[in-house]
Design a protein around this ligand. Structure first.
Ligand SMILES: Cc1cc2nc3c(=O)[nH]c(=O)nc-3n(C[C@H](O)[C@H](O)[C@H](O)COP(=O)(O)OP(=O)(O)OC[C@H]3O[C@@H](n4cnc5c(N)ncnc54)[C@H](O)[C@@H]3O)c2cc1C
Length: 494
């Protein structure tokens, strides 16, 4: 009889773990508390419009170890259409000044030098750091399974990246921009507004633009929902099971060995191995009662800053509205939307580039802004309803600023708040990508095994500051590699 693997959570990490466990002959069951799989990687339909919550860029759309995972899990197949945007984002300030970030670094460098010839040397330096960062290759094997030779053999190719990591690995964006010493007020104002007011890691900024330059961080037409569904199809096709609307309350442990899970309705599901791909905090502190914890884990969950949650206002517009840029970021500060003071401005995403998002002749547009969890956590029902209405009103006014006259064509408005995310996925404090990558944690990760607990593995975005779809799927794969090692069987891909 095959050994049984139970996976808590049917987000991208859980689906990935489920697919690889099934491929490797385990009797696999993924348990998802929601009615749909995908977790944060989701979308919803309203009157023919699709409102996407997640996908904008997927590292690994063209090559590398992440690309292999996307192909193996059916995220990318012969039918998927990948869109590489020429413009990464368009930034607007309060005076209406425009600043464009191009995905192609040569093009961006040229435009930056035209804008600020006095900063030529600093611009070239920054762009070179980004070019070098593109040489970073993720590992295909879980850390525990790598030999020293696996590290040695990448040294020649990765030497320039190591240098970037050594120089900037412990800098925030602000410190990095200070070091570059830009003189242009325009460049300073945009960079500092976007990334300078948080403890955001300089490396995260450098790597992000490096991946775009390689055309290895595209958008997949159709967005988040079909992406997750393709993984569900693959899981089913292989014979894996996926239970919906079943919430895990506890991991069952006997003599420090995970033996299964208990659901909130009292059902017990026994297993030989348990992988948790659910929210990290709930797993460690609630499902396992904080019994299996190291100093590093406790420190991370108590001290590392979380992503500020977002409010997403989605608009269905009965008019075709073209756009040359997938995202427009307005860096106005100190303004209000509902009760939220905009610390990082707001962004507007026009999905005109993806025809699946709205009926022909119509457009889906999404406006998002950061909104701290403390504003939401204790809001009562009455206040919550009123706040959503106010947000709807304020957001429409900002949309009108960008697209004058649009209001009369808006036929659907949908407001999703940090509370919505917590309700559907259980993510801690609405931190949709887990820990924020900062100068203190950017080069760190949390272990997949918890100290003292056998036959149990963590997977998902909480293991790597910055989160994201690639590390989530990767850790799902790694968890199964570790189980295979434990079972002394060869890990295989079918
Ligand atoms: C607005 C937004 C934009 C983003 N943009 C991008 C992007 O462009 N590119 C990118 O790479 N990443 C992006 N991300 C991040 C990415 O979506 C996440 O990092 C990733 O989906 C996390 O996957 P996960 O499986 O680790 O966790 P989750 O998606 O949180 O999945 C956890 C799953 O576990 C389930 N669960 C929780 N508790 C239980 C329980 N007790 N019992 C049963 N089930 C449970 C939840 O319902 C959920 O389905 C974005 C996220 C958001 C929200």
């Amino acid at each position: 009889m095959s050994k049984k693997v139970v996976i808590i959570g049917g987000g991208i990490a859980g689906l990935s773990a489920g697919i690889y466990a099934t491929m490797n002959g385990f009797d696999t069951e993924v348990i998802e508390m929601s009615a749909v799989a995908g977790g944060q990687c989701t979308a919803w339909d309203r009157k023919g419009y699709r409102f996407d919550y997640c996908l904008h860029w997927l590292v690994g759309t063209s090559k590398g170890a992440f690309h292999d995972i996307w192909k193996e899990t059916n995220v990318i197949n012969n039918e998927t259409e990948i869109i590489d945007h020429e413009i990464h984002s368009r930034i607007l300030d309060d005076e209406g000044n425009e600043f464009i970030i191009y995905s192609n670094i040569d093009r961006w460098e040229k435009s930056l030098i035209e804008l600020a010839p006095e900063d030529k040397a600093s611009i070239q330096k920054m762009c070179n750091d980004m070019r070098k960062s593109a040489l970073l290759e993720p590992f295909a094997l879980a850390p525990e399974l790598r030999s020293p030779f696996d590290y040695i053999k990448i040294i020649p190719q990765m030497l320039p990246v190591f240098n970037v990591i050594r120089k900037f690995g412990r800098l925030t964006c602000k410190e990095y921009f200070d070091k570059l010493n830009f003189k242009s007020e325009r460049i300073k104002s945009v960079f500092f507004s976007l990334y300078g007011n948080k403890d955001f890691s300089a490396l995260a900024f450098i790597f992000m633009l490096g991946w775009f330059n390689q055309k290895n961080a595209g958008y997949i037409k159709g967005g988040s929902y079909p992406l997750a569904q393709r993984m569900v199809e693959k899981l089913w096709k292989l014979g894996g099971k996926l239970l919906y609307i079943k919430k895990v309350d506890k991991v069952i442990v006997e003599n420090n060995v995970a033996k299964g899970v208990m659901l909130s309705d009292g059902t017990i599901i026994q297993a030989d191995y348990v992988i948790s791909a659910a929210d990290g905090y709930s797993t460690i502190y609630n499902m396992l009662d904080a019994k299996y914890i190291s100093k590093e884990i406790d420190f991370a969950y108590k001290n590392w800053e979380l992503f500020t949650p977002i409010v997403q206002v989605s608009f269905g517009v009965n008019k075709a509205i073209p756009s040359d840029s997938p995202i427009l970021i307005n860096i106005s500060k100190e303004k209000l939307i509902g009760k939220t003071k905009l610390e990082n401005g707001y962004s507007i995403m026009n999905y005109a580039y993806d025809s699946t998002m709205a009926p022909e002749g119509k457009t889906t547009i999404v406006l998002r802004f950061d909104s701290p969890w403390k504003l939401w956590e204790n809001m009562d029902v009455k206040e919550y309803k009123a706040e959503k209405l106010q947000i709807q009103k304020d957001a429409t006014a900002y949309l009108e600023k960008e697209y004058p006259g649009i209001s009369e064509f808006i036929e659907v408005i949908d407001v999703a708040t940090p509370k919505t995310d917590v309700r559907y996925t259980g993510v801690k404090d609405g931190a949709y990508e887990g820990f924020m990558p900062s100068k203190d944690n950017m080069m760190k990760s949390l272990k997949m095994k918890l100290p003292g607990l056998q036959n149990f593995y963590m997977a998902g975005q909480w293991l790597f500051p910055g989160g994201g779809l690639p590390p989530s799927a990767q850790t799902g794969k790694w968890a199964v590699q570790l189980i295979c090692k434990n079972e002394k069987q060869q890990f295989k891909i079918i």
